[in-house]
Design a binder for this molecule. Structure first.
Ligand SMILES: [Zn+2]
Length: 409
């Protein structure tokens, strides 16, 4: 093997003599590596790498190289780096900068027999922050951020004041109309328990919350359908067909999350998802777990790729995103009015199959982590469940009211 490698090297160094500038065509992230693809062999020996401090950076200078376009690093985001930058440092030097939290050992390499590629392994640890993200967000969205900051504390104060008297006694005003149909999908059921923690099963907790949510929405005047209201298993098409047949305005799927033993004391909180493909590794993991049980019930004829593509770029994504933001916000305000330490996992997007077939604004709420001892106990109580249900109902109401205004004007 060694001799072969040597021959290859010789061959490529000699071919590169004829056209000395290698063009960097593509940069992608895969298997925890930054992978560079050139149009021809490059000189690995000439690549200079070094470490810089404040902030920690690993720099690679690739001589006799040029970028195919200036924005090769666009969209290169990894949870293991603060930022990944690729630039034309000098006329014929391409510079790669990995900004990281702390120094890490990095053995970049040329994969065997792939003489036009260069692979740079990223750190194994997760980065706490992405500097470039913060900068980008701060500049253009300045005005909006200020507005939001002002709104949230006000909203919180109102809730905190209201809660003691309001409790569950004061009737909710009926803002919804009977024509507004909402489908609630309690995840899992029957032989599919979903996540299990302690003696608690996801399928039971989410059904309880779904029933409370139905009552909350009914109180507000909405018509509500449930994909299941007993402990039974539903195939994927059955779940989403109900939403389509009922001509629903909104589809909400309720789930509870879980992580492996090692992390169970650390990870907790509420997350709301809407359907979209994502690079975010965490969202992908959660989606993979939820999809596993759902796909068992999916027919073979279901062409997943086609469906997902048609939904992904549709207008429903914008609406689903808005709905998710409203719901997540209201859940958090409700829970935090009574409970300490509830983590806001935020709004995320992930390719959940259960949302694929629903051709209307659709979200999936992960109400908490059944694997986390404290959160599991809370999730099993009526009071906590009721606050979640109330939060989701308020979020939906808020979304539908805003939607009406959008259509009217
Ligand atoms: Zn689930």
């Amino acid at each position: 093997m060694k001799l072969g490698k040597l021959l290859l090297l010789l061959l490529f160094t000699s071919t590169s003599l004829f056209s000395s500038i290698a063009v960097l065509k593509k940069a992608t992230l895969k298997n925890g590596e930054l992978r560079l693809q050139f149009d021809q062999a490059y000189k690995k020996r000439d690549i200079k790498t070094r470490v810089l401090k404040h902030p920690h950076r690993r720099v690679f200078d690739i001589p006799n190289a040029r970028l195919a376009n200036k924005r090769l690093d666009r969209g290169l985001k990894s949870s293991h780096c603060r930022s990944i930058r690729i630039s034309q440092y000098k006329k014929s030097v391409v510079r790669i900068v990995l900004e990281v939290d702390k120094p890490f050992s990095c053995e970049a390499y040329r994969p065997m027999f792939s003489y036009m590629s260069y692979h740079i392994p990223l750190p194994k640890y997760k980065s706490k922050g992405r500097s470039s993200d913060k900068k980008k967000k701060r500049v253009p969205v300045k005005k909006r951020v200020v507005k939001k900051k002002k709104k949230t504390p006000k909203a919180k104060k109102e809730i905190i004041k209201k809660v003691p008297q309001e409790s569950y006694i004061i009737p909710v005003r009926r803002g919804g109309s009977k024509q507004d149909r909402i489908v609630i999908d309690a995840g899992h059921g029957g032989h599919d328990s979903g996540a299990v923690g302690g003696s608690k099963k996801e399928k039971d907790i989410v059904l309880q919350i779904s029933k409370r949510l139905k009552r909350q929405l009914n109180k507000r005047g909405y018509t509500v359908y449930m994909t299941r209201n007993t402990d039974r298993f539903l195939k994927l098409p059955q779940r989403t067909k109900i939403a389509d047949r009922k001509n629903a305005k909104v589809f909400v799927s309720i789930h509870a999350n879980s992580v492996p033993k090692k992390k169970r004391n650390k990870i907790h909180g509420v997350e709301t998802f809407f359907l979209q493909n994502t690079r975010d590794a965490k969202s992908q993991r959660i989606a993979a777990r939820e999809n596993k049980s759902v796909l068992k019930g999916a027919g073979n004829s279901l062409s997943k790729k086609v469906i997902i593509d048609s939904v992904l770029n549709g207008p429903k994504i914008v609406q689903s995103n808005k709905l998710a933001i409203d719901v997540q916000r209201r859940i958090m305000t409700n829970l935090r009015s009574r409970y300490k330490g509830v983590r806001d996992g935020g709004v995320r997007h992930a390719p959940f199959w259960v949302l694929v077939g629903a051709s209307r604004p659709s979200i999936l709420v992960e109400v908490g982590y059944i694997s986390h001892p404290r959160e599991r106990e809370r999730l099993s109580t009526a009071a906590y469940q009721e606050l979640i249900a109330k939060g989701i109902a308020e979020g939906i109401e808020n979304y539908l009211n805003n939607r009406k205004k959008e259509i009217e004007f």
